[in-house]
Design a binder for this molecule. Structure first.
Ligand code: HEM
Length: 185
């Protein structure tokens, strides 16, 4: 499975960084929260609610896999609304479509920090979940405290999903050039 390890986590960090630094209110609120944290170790960084909301929202918009996750209920029928799905029938849904459901998210493409978890559930769920959490929290926490980023060539539409490459295909193709400087006191 392509998901194993780098592009998934990188995509979450890219889209989070772009929106944090493109929205002064988000950056200011995040820095205030980070400044109040006793240190920037992983376990500490998981506590602040605003950073967690940012991570969740980045995962809503960059949920790793565009392709359907297939499942089969082997020994019992599943009832959904007016439908009965017989045991043994393959079913599937994409995280990408679920995360952009307009009934739940009236402006599905807008980066608006709130909660969602895209690692799948059950016996095939993501084994890299805890590594991914650690990478994302540590990188975003340290980056927002210590660096200024500008994205002169990138716009929000560059992260819109336009291809199913098993992973999420976007116009940026994962290339998001940034100008980086250190935060001055
Ligand atoms: C933000 C980061 C990540 C996201 C959103 C993510 C998401 C997912 C999803 C949705 C699945 C399929 C789950 C299902 O079918 O129900 C999956 C499977 C998997 N992921 Fe990740 N993943 C991430 C990072 C990682 C990392 C860092 C690793 C390894 C170091 C990893 C390794 C795997 C493996 C091996 C599977 C296949 C599990 C199986 O089929 O038994 N993932 N991931």
């Amino acid at each position: 499975m392509n998901c194993a390890g780098f592009e998934t986590t990188a995509a979450v960090i890219r889209i989070a960084a772009f929106h944090i630094y493109s929205n002064p209110d988000i950056l200011q609120k995040l820095r205030a929260e980070l400044a109040a944290a006793p240190n920037h170790e992983w376990k500490t960084l998981e506590q602040p609610p605003y950073l967690t909301s940012i991570v969740m929202e980045a995962m809503r918009l960059a949920p790793a896999i565009a392709t359907r996750s297939a499942r089969i209920a082997q020994d019992k029928d599943i009832v959904y609304a007016d439908w009965r799905i017989l045991a043994g029938t393959p079913v599937g849904m994409t995280l990408h479509l679920l995360h952009r459901n307009e009934e739940q998210y009236p402006e599905p493409q807008r980066f608006n920090p709130e909660t969602f978890v895209p690692f799948g559930k059950g016996k095939c769920n993501c084994i890299g979940m805890h590594l991914a959490w650690a990478e994302i929290y540590l990188l975003l926490g340290h980056m927002a405290s210590r660096f200024e980023l500008k994205f002169p060539k990138t716009k929000a539409e560059d992260f819109y999903v336009n291809m199913d490459n098993f992973a999420l295909g976007t116009p940026s193709m994962g290339v998001v050039p940034a100008l980086v400087t250190e935060v001055t006191a």
